[in-house]
Design a protein around this ligand. Sequence first.
Ligand code: CA
Length: 271
Amino acid sequence: MPLHKGLVKPLGRPVSRAPEGRFHPVSAEFSTEAVDGRVVASRGMATGRILLVEDEPDIAEILQYNLEKEGFAVEVESRGDAALERIRAAVPDLLILDLMLPGLDGLELARLLQRDRRTASLPLIMLTARGDEVDRIVGLELGADDYVSKPFSPREVVLRVKAVLRRASHEPPPGDELRIGSLHLDVAGHLLWIDGRGVDLTATEFRLLRLLMERAGRVQTRGQLLSDVWGYAEDVDSRTVDTHVRRLRRKLGPEADRIETVIGVGYRLRT
Ligand code: CA
């Protein structure tokens, strides 16, 4: 059964410890090799705290058993509202979420988690009813890293869990923090530090710097910056960009010349 190509969202807190096996990325085809990979990987026990939100006791039990066998610490919650409280009290390393739940349904729970900075990047696998394309799409839009359609084999879920955790541990968190030279941009906290010193930026300056840092080394035209930072159409006066870059440079102090002018084109942040 081919795996759906899951959307990759920025993943926050690093979750290491998933063992190195020959797991295929989530987007790859499910294959014999991936199944063999489980054997290879099971030499080292996986660790990590998983919260499983599922109101069908049989499913919860078999998943818990199989995940614990692999070394994961698994907590089970049967209600959506109770799960939300539990997550807010202690964010797990990964969440497996059924959609049809008493108290608060899975999609609504995912929506609330995504709105909260502390949980927005929580690795999430959704359990969906077979063939429910709408749930699947909405789920992926709400930041699910992958989904598994019921009925599923526990082994399939274990493989997905390991793949998602592995991906989370190997990917830098692009949405959280950017560091170039002595610039340190805490994206979630909306703060800039230069050599450990806090610098106040306006919202626009922050967006501009973030974009330049995310695209460091690549020239950004004034039109691109206007459209991506200001959300303007490209025919708006591009001197707006120059003015803001000038102000931003002043605030960057010793790092001012990191923003290079590319004559006749735009700007580039030197890496
Ligand atoms: Ca259910």
